[in-house]
Unconditional design. Sequence first.
Length: 241
Amino acid sequence: MASRSRPFFPAHLPVTSETGFRRVYVWQWPVRFFHWINAIAVTMLFSTGLYIAWPMLTPAGEAWHNMLMGKVRQIHFLCAYVFLINYAFRTYWFWMGNRYARSGFPRVWDPDWWVRLFRQAWRYLSLERGKVFLGHNPLAGISYTVFVIGGGMFQMLTGFALYSQNKTGGLWDRLVGWVIPLLGGAFQTLMWHHLMAWIFVVFVIVHLYMVFYDGLQHQNGLVTSIVSGEKFFKEGHVDED
């Protein structure tokens, strides 16, 4: 006679520090939505930006008929608007979401935050398995703040400033046209824009490595949590909730 298995729910297990895991809903759907839209937008922006900087493809026929560069630039600008809207949405959810939506934000005025930051950095450097942060740990928080928030804002300012040259006196020229003279001209602004794009690439590589490393080290479902929103932990192993 066939038997019927019951669904597995880690939260129903008897929990001990040796055998059991608990499950907690950490990343709300807007946070996960922001993450994946941001990942797609940044990938498209970098890919199209590479072609704009170095048009390696040469289609056959007259330029006016193909307009490949124009289409690539159109995609680049469209993804820039997606990134801008997504950025504003995530900023809103920073205040309206649960406590994990604000986790890891640098509290530079708090001496305890600096202690946790250097302790987390030492754990990574020494490959030591530390306790679990259900949200972002201080090192991840400051990385996202500097590169995603700060770097993203810099890319939007320089990118839309360059875009504003298409229409002198237009909306974007009035909003961010001041960036070009501030950075010393259009060429210098373009070079800073390119430099930050490559810094984003380095950040993404380190980010992927640390996510897989941390997920395997702590067995906390970190990789899948950005899809399901749920992370796992053993009682007594949580450093900060």
